[in-house]
Design a protein around this ligand. Structure first.
Ligand code: ADP
Ligand code: MG
Length: 705
C-alpha cells in the first residue's frame, strides 16, 4: 500500500492563503472567472492574486499567466469555475504545480447521479489524493473568509460594500444556500468568522471544516446546513467536542421527509440517514436542529449574545391585548412554556396595571397611571426580573409614543441580562421603532413566526445546558440467560428476551398439540388467546392466526386446528412450531416499544402510539440507548399521544412509570445485544391505569449472527 500523501495545506491555510490563482480570470464580470477576481480584489484580499488566462496579459491590472505552470508558485489556493470538460486537466495541472487546494465550482460530478459523473469525481479525488492537494467541492459556491478580507466565489451577493467580520461560523453543503444565508445575515448586521460551501464533499467534507471551527478561537458558534454526512459517527464525535468546548452547534438538515431524502440524494450524492434517529442523537448531544437556514443564523446571533439563557419560561409582553393574546397562544402552541409569575412579581405589576393585566402575558393597555412610556419600561423590568422568566418575548404592535415606548421596553428588558426577542408586527409604520431597536441593540424579527423560531432555539439551548442525566442500570440481579440464536425471533422468543430485562409480558405457553393447548389454557385460566407460531410469520392477525377471547376447551381445540391448517398451508411463513396460548390481557391504551441498531448511530429505543394504526398515527419518538428514566419520560412527553397517557377528558392517568421502566430496560437490552441487535419490537404493549402496570401482548425481533 502507498503511504498516504501528507496534505499540502490545512483548512486554516485555505481560509487565509498567501496566494490565490483564479482560472478563467478576465475583466468581464459577466463571466464566472471575471466575477471571482472582481470580488477577490474588490474586498481587499491582501495576498498575491494570480489571474490564469492564456488570452490576456493583464486582468484588473494584474499580470496574467497562460497556465498555472507558468505562474510563480507555490500557489496556496486555486479557484476553478471552468467548463466541465476542461476541469480535470486543469486540476491535474494544479496538482503538478504544487497548488495547496482547489476550490471547484464546476458541476457535473457525483451530483448528476449517473455513472459518468461519479467516475469524473473519482478521478478528481484520485488526482488530489496522489498529490496531497486538497479539494473544496466540486459543485460548491466557494468560500468567504472575512478575517482574510477574502471572497472566493462568483456570487453577486459580494456586491456589498464590505464583508462584515463576526464570530459565527457557517458551513453549508449547498453553495447557493451559503451565499443567500450570507446575504441575509449581512443585511441583519451579522458577520461571520468564515463561510465555507462544500458541495459534493469529494475530498474535504463538512466535518473537516467543523473540526477546524471548533478549534478556531475566532469562531464562537457554528451553523451547519447539511444534506448528507459523509461519516455520521465522525459528526457526532465533533458535536460532542463542540459541546465540551462550549461552542453551540446549530443545524438545518434536509432529508427530514421522504421528498427531502430524494432531493438530498439527487443534489449532492450523499445519502440522508433516518432523520428521526439523527434528530434523537442530535438532541442527546445538544445540537440545535431547526428548519430554516436564515432563521438558524439569526438565532445563532442571539445565542452568541446570550449563550446561557437562564430558563425556559417565556415572559410575553405587548402594548395591546391582540399582541399579548397572539404571543401567548403561539408560544404555547409551539410547545414552549409561558412563565408563571411569582406573587411578588404580580404584586409589583398590580401597582401599575389593572388586575387582569398584571400577569403573563402583559397587555400594557390595562395600565393604571397615564404615563404610558414610563409604565412600559417598569412593566418590562418587573416581568424580566421574575425568577421563572428565562426569555422575554415582546410582541410590538403599534402604540402611542411608538418610538419612546419601544425604547423604554427594549432598554428595560435588556437591562435584565436575559435574552430578549421582539416581534415587530406592523410594516413600514414601525420603521422608526425598528431603528430604535437597532440603536439600543435589541434583536427583533418582522414576524411572530421568526420570533418563535428564535425562542424555540434559545429554549433548546437552555435545555441543552443541563447535563444529560446518567443512564443507570436498574437495580437488581443482572439479566441472565443464553444468548439468543441468530435469525428471526418468534413471538415467545422475543418476549422471553425482553422479560429477562424485566419487561412485563403476557403469561403464555407454547403448545405443540391441541391437547397441550387445552392443558395450558386451563393453567392460565379462561378466557385465553391462541396464536400460531412460525418463524417467518409477520402479520399474524392478517393471516387469521390470532384467536382472541377463547372461553373453553372446545374453543381452544377448534382454534388450534384452524390455525395449524392455515400455517401448514402457507410455506412462506416457515415451519409450524405450535400455538401460543396466552392470557387475555386488558389495557387502557396501546403503545409500541422497540429497539434497533442504527448502522450509523448505534442502539436506539423507540416508543409511540401503538396498535394497528401505528403507521397512520406516525407518532413515534426515538432516543439513543441506554437512556435514563428522565430521558425515557421526556421521550413519552414529546409524543402527540402523551395526553392519552397523562389522562385527558375524564380518563385516568395511565401507568407512565411502568412504561418508563420498560423503555429503560429495553435500552439496556439494546446495549447488551450490541452488534447482534437488528431490531426487537413490541406492538401492542397494553398500558393500564396508574399503578396497574403494563403488559406486552405481541413481540417480534431479529438477531444478527
Ligand atoms: P399481529 O400484530 O402479528 O397481527 P398481535 O399479537 O399483535 O398480532 O395480535 C393482534 C391484536 O390482537 C393485538 O393488536 C391486540 O389488540 C390483540 N391481542 C393480541 N394478543 C392479545 C392478548 N394476549 N390479550 C388481548 N388482546 C390481544
Ligand atoms: Mg402486533
Amino acid at each position: 500500500m502507498n503511504e498516504p500523501i501528507a496534505a499540502r495545506i490545512d483548512i486554516g491555510g485555505i481560509l487565509d492563503p498567501r496566494s490565490v490563482a483564479v482560472f478563467g480570470a478576465s475583466d468581464n464580470t459577466d463571466k464566472f472567472g471575471g466575477r471571482i477576481i472582481y470580488y477577490l480584489t474588490r474586498h481587499g484580499f491582501p495576498g498575491h492574486v494570480l489571474p490564469i488566462n492564456p488570452n490576456r496579459d493583464t486582468v484588473r491590472g494584474l499580470p496574467a499567466y497562460p497556465s498555472i505552470a507558468a505562474a510563480p508558485g507555490p500557489v496556496d489556493v486555486a479557484i476553478l469555475a471552468v467548463p466541465p470538460q476542461a476541469l480535470l486537466d486543469a486540476v491535474a495541472e494544479c496538482a503538478a504545480a504544487g497548488v495547496g487546494a482547489c476550490v471547484i465550482m464546476t458541476t457535473g460530478f457525483a451530483e448528476t447521479g449517473d455513472a459518468a459523473g461519479a467516475e469524473r469525481q473519482r478521478r478528481l479525488v484520485e488526482i488530489a489524493r496522489a498529490s496531497g492537494m486538497r479539494i473544496v467541492g466540486p459543485n460548491c459556491m466557494g468560500l468567504i473568509a472575512p478575517r482574510a478580507h477574502m471572497a472566493l466565489t462568483s456570487s453577486l451577493v459580494l456586491e456589498i460594500e464590505a464583508i462584515r467580520q463576526g464570530r459565527v461560523g457557517l458551513i453549508s453543503q449547498s453553495g447557493a444556500l451559503m451565499v443567500s444565508i450570507f446575504n441575509r445575515a449581512h443585511d441583519a448586521g451579522i458577520g461571520f468568522s468564515a463561510c465555507v460551501s462544500l458541495g459534493n464533499q469529494s475530498d474535504l467534507e463538512i466535518c473537516d471544516v467543523l473540526d477546524w471551527m471548533i478549534d478556531d478561537p475566532g469562531t464562537d458558534i457554528i451553523c451547519l446546513y447539511v444534506e448528507g454526512l459523509v461519516d455520521g459517527a465522525r459528526f457526532f464525535r465533533a458535536a460532542a467536542r463542540a459541546r465540551e468546548v462550549g461552542k453551540p452547534l446549530l443545524m438545518v438538515k434536509t432529508g427530514r421527509t421522504e421528498a427531502g431524502v430524494r432531493a438530498a440524494r439527487s443534489h449532492t450524492a450523499s445519502l440522508a440517514g433516518s432523520y428521526r434517529v439523527f434528530a434523537a442523537a442530535c438532541r442527546s448531544l445538544g445540537v440545535l436542529l431547526t428548519d430554516d437556514p436564515d432563521g438558524m443564523v439569526r438565532a445563532a446571533d442571539l445565542i452568541r449574545r446570550w449563550p446561557r439563557p437562564p430558563g425556559a419560561g417565556i415572559g410575553v409582553l405587548s402594548p395591546s391585548g391582540g399582541g399579548s393574546g397572539i404571543g401567548v397562544d403561539r408560544v404555547s402552541e409551539a410547545g414552549l412554556r409561558v412563565a408563571e409569575l411569582c406573587a411578588a412579581t404580580k404584586g409589583k405589576l398590580l401597582q401599575v396595571l389593572l388586575p387582569p393585566q398584571a400577569d403573563n402575558p402583559i397587555d400594557l393597555g390595562g395600565r393604571r397611571s397615564g404615563d404610558s412610556v414610563g409604565v412600559a419600561g417598569q412593566c418590562a423590568a418587573i416581568m424580566a426580573g421574575d425568577p421563572d422568566v428565562g426569555i422575554m418575548f415582546i410582541v410590538l404592535t403599534t402604540v402611542p409614543f411608538y418610538e419612546a415606548t419601544t425604547k423604554a421596553l427594549a432598554e428595560a428588558a435588556l437591562a435584565s441580562g436575559k435574552p430578549v426577542v421582539v416581534a415587530v408586527t406592523p410594516g413600514s409604520a414601525a420603521d422608526g421603532p425598528r431603528r430604535v431597536l437597532r440603536e439600543v441593540g435589541c434583536p427583533y424579527f418582522d414576524t411572530v413566526d421568526d420570533g418563535l423560531r428564535a425562542l424555540r432555539l434559545l429554549t433548546a439551548r437552555h435545555e441543552s445546558l443541563a447535563l444529560p442525566p446518567a443512564a443507570e442500570r436498574p437495580a437488581g440481579p443482572a439479566p441472565a440467560g443464553p444468548p439468543p440464536a441468530a435469525g428471526r425471533l418468534t413471538e415467545p422468543e422475543a418476549k422471553a428476551l425482553a422479560a429477562r430485562y424485566g419487561v412485563p409480558v403476557t403469561r403464555e405457553t407454547l403448545a405443540a398439540s391441541a391437547d397441550a393447548a387445552v392443558a395450558a389454557a386451563a393453567a392460565i385460566g379462561y378466557p385465553v388467546v391462541l396464536k400460531g407460531v412460525a418463524r417467518a410469520l409477520v402479520h399474524k392477525s392478517d393471516m387469521g392466526v390470532v384467536r382472541l377471547g377463547l372461553a373453553d376447551a372446545a374453543a381452544v381445540r377448534r382454534a388450534f386446528g384452524a390455525v395449524e391448517a392455515i400455517l401448514r398451508g402457507d410455506l412462506s411463513v416457515g415451519a409450524f412450531e405450535g400455538c401460543l396460548v396466552q392470557e387475555m390481557a386488558r389495557g387502557e391504551a396501546e403503545v409500541i416499544l422497540g429497539i434497533r441498531r442504527d448502522p450509523q448511530f448505534g442502539p436506539v429505543v423507540l416508543a409511540g402510539m401503538g396498535g394497528v394504526l401505528v403507521e397512520i398515527a406516525d407518532d413515534i419518538e426515538v432516543a439513543p440507548a441506554p437512556l435514563s428514566r428522565a430521558a425515557a419520560r421526556a421521550m413519552l412527553g414529546r409524543l402527540r399521544f402523551w395526553p392519552v397517557l397523562a389522562g385527558v377528558r375524564g380518563r385516568p392517568p395511565l401507568d407512565v412509570d411502568a412504561l418508563v421502566d420498560a423503555i429503560v430496560a429495553l435500552g439496556w437490552l439494546a446495549v447488551d445485544l450490541g452488534d447482534r441487535l437488528v431490531d426487537l419490537e413490541m406492538n401492542p404493549v397494553f398500558v393500564r391505569a396508574a399503578g396497574k402496570g403494563i403488559v406486552a401482548v405481541d413481540a417480534r425481533g431479529e438477531i444478527a449472527g
